[in-house]
Design a protein around this ligand. Structure first.
Ligand code: UTP
Length: 295
């Protein structure tokens, strides 16, 4: 079955980026002249997704503003013949007439990522769906990260988690997967035996971390609804995996691309440096600016 629907969970508090996130939500932090959420929506559309569901909390309605049509601003640009800017602006317009639908689901209480994903139940009928985390940007010019997983899903018809190898000392920041056959651990795609959320460095079963891209079969949703709070008192996505694995396989897929954790100040700064260096209009002036620092 074709993957047409995608969720962007974006209801988290964003405490690692305080005090900014009091009013500027991390999905709206700029990477050059576009907010993070714009890159994520673009990735979904470039991957063939037709329906996007943003999971937000009531205090994050500002995210929806970004996709509204601003007729007065458009008129201003039209009158001044600023066609290029008008075109740029109109790419961010999503309303009832748009080919791609962007909808909203409210998560009233921040009960965890697993809970946020379970809220899609009202919007999917027995069909697979993809997930892009709202604070995870992956630069992958050859093939968008979520498309890499969708293509693999089409071969396997089973849930796929995007993973990457992280330094061992950082495993306690991620969900970590355990390959079913240890000799497959360096393969690009492998079946998993289990996954643990934020393991201690000394007990970590591997250094393959789940990063913010997934494709799931619909059965995960019912299981998430039955999952009890786990690590940190939150309903953890990985805690639904053992039940799902009783009837289906779950695979991990080593994603190509550079990942930026936009929930952290460091990730945000690195993303801006890299995107600036990829932008031919400003690249040279940024290089000269850094050279002047004589690091
Ligand atoms: P994080 O744990 O990174 O996000 O969740 P957070 O809670 O916003 O961040 P900190 O730790 O306070 O800085 C990963 C993703 O899951 C979403 C977040 O918005 C983020 O995209 N999430 C998390 C929800 O949508 N709902 C939740 O209840 C928790």
């Amino acid at each position: 079955m074709k993957v047409k629907k995608l969720i962007i969970p974006a209801a988290g508090w964003g405490t690692r980026f305080l005090p900014l996130t009091k009013t500027v939500h991390k999905e709206l932090v700029p990477i050059l002249n576009k907010p993070a959420i714009d890159y994520l929506v673009e990735e979904a559309i470039d991957s063939g997704i037709e329906e996007i569901w943003l999971i937000i909390s009531p205090r994050k309605e500002q995210l929806l503003e970004y996709f509204r049509v601003y007729y007065d601003l458009e008129e201003e640009l039209r009158q001044k013949n600023k066609d290029e800017l008008l075109n740029l602006l109109q790419k961010t317009n999503f309303d009832k007439s748009s080919k791609i639908k962007i909808g909203t689901i409210y998560q009233d209480e921040q009960l965890g990522l697993g809970h946020a994903i379970s809220l899609i139940s009202r919007k999917i009928k027995n069909e697979p769906f993809a997930v892009i985390l709202g604070d995870d940007l992956i630069y992958s010019p050859n093939k968008p990260a979520i498309k890499q997983l969708i293509d693999e899903f089409n071969k396997k018809q089973a849930s796929i988690l995007g993973v990457t190898s992280v330094p061992w000392e950082n495993v306690n920041k991620y969900g970590i997967v355990v390959p079913k056959n240890l000799e497959e651990k360096n393969e690009k795609v492998f079946e998993i035996a289990s996954a643990v959320e934020k393991p201690d460095v000394k007990n970590a079963p591997s250094n393959k971390a789940i990063i913010g891209r997934y494709v799931f079969t619909p059965e995960i949703v019912t299981l998430l609804k039955q999952t009890l709070p786990g690590v940190g008192g939150e309903i953890q996505l990985v805690d639904a995996f053992p039940e799902l694995m009783k009837t289906q396989k779950i695979f991990a897929f080593e994603l190509e691309g550079t990942r930026y954790d936009l929930g952290s100040i460091e990730g945000f700064v690195k993303a801006n440096i890299d995107y600036a260096l990829n932008d031919l209009k400003i690249k040279q002036s940024i290089i000269e600016h850094i050279k002047e620092k004589k690091l």
